[in-house]
Design a protein around this ligand. Sequence first.
Ligand code: ADP
Ligand code: ASP
Ligand code: MG
Length: 453
Amino acid sequence: MPLVLKFGGSSVADATCMRQVAGIVAGALAQGPLVVLSAMGKTTNALFAAATAAEAGNLAEALAGLEALAAAHRKAAQDLVADGRRGPLDQELTALFSELEMLLRGVALLRELSPRSMDAIAAFGERLSTRVFEAHLRDAGMDSVWFDARTVLRTDAGFGSAQPRPGEIERAAQSRLRPLLGPGRAVVTQGYIGATEDGLTTTLGRGGSDYSAALLGAALGAAEVQIWTDVEGVLTCDPRVVPGALPIPELSFAEAGELAAFGAKVLHPATIQPAVEARIPVTVRHTRLPEGRFTTITGSVRTGRPVTALASRGPITTLTVTSSRMLAQSGFLARLFEVFARRGVSVDLIATAEVSVSLTVEADAPLKALVADLSAFARVDVAEDRAIVAIVGERLKATPGLAARAFGALGGINVEMISMGANEINLSLVLRQDQAEEALRRLHRALIEEGVG
Ligand code: ADP
Ligand code: ASP
Ligand code: MG
């Protein structure tokens, strides 16, 4: 059974990082790894910036961005592949950068950047990084193959955040990718990118390389999907907010899914689902500390912790819909949700009281339209710049006094809405966005550092 190794942007940011990654791949060579790479460092951001500049008619800025990317990739290529053997890679990079330049010039001429064009441009990050890295593996004497993920990662035409088609991905992976995989050889492919049935390039949304790794792992029946990144696994909180956050050795699929959905950037929110369905363990590891601690995510973990981790997501908007006739009216909720369905807005959290319902939506939801529709039959109060802070743990519900402890820890921070997730492993609090980080620090201290239960 093959092994899938996914390396994120910071793991392949430059030649030094790529050498480190090559060492990890060499160690896994006997297991016939499929190596899924992100773009180098912040390349995807730079591609978005160049495309946006081109759309605004600022071609010089767009081309300067492209030059900087070309310089970084050529520098890595020089450091990673010996002079006499770099010809084919240099030609490949030249071809890719001239294609990218044509696209940017096209966008600048038309002053138009459709999601479809943006995906074609964004895909260059992974197309470039995998070329450089695979050439390095070969140069270092490893048996390796570069593989175009777009030939197997079939998606719909939802450019910018395309939905994968698992059945088609599995068939294509079995017929095209599987025969290339075997002990002693590394197959290098791109995360994040896919293609429609017409062969148009799509992307799975920002951070989508984790998702690619899980989809490909599921399609191949991999023994394990390893997500290599810049932290020692999934931590009890985002370390940028809580520096004392601790690595979690074992996490259940359900906990990991909740954490990802509620903002733990270390995993793309959809990553867990293909792995769960295929019962493939996912591990999260630190590229610079390959022998260090890591997290294993599996279905069977039964942890004894009341609280496993915290995450937060924002800004979001809360809508409180009040109708004094609510209780008397059958079908009120149906009418309420019909408004959101018609506007294509997904509702995140819901809390109901006797005469009101509070709901949270993404900050970019069409607020004016929603309020207008809802005002036809209820009063609507809107609170913007809110955040969701999620407390996640398998034994949350079975731990008495936990909510009281959480509220005690929050002190003067006002909680405007509370919602227990349907799977009972997530207690979500809504509060002001500018208080979210402080709330996380206080909750981490009280529920994780000091322990509960
Ligand atoms: P990659 O480029 O490898 O995909 P990301 O930047 O997408 O890496 O994800 C790793 C980052 O996620 C970490 O550097 C950390 O700042 C952030 N993060 C947020 N929440 C968590 C958490 N609970 N555990 C670990 N990392 C987290
Ligand atoms: N390169 C893409 C991004 O920056 C995908 C990824 O890294 O997961 O969003
Ligand atoms: Mg990521």
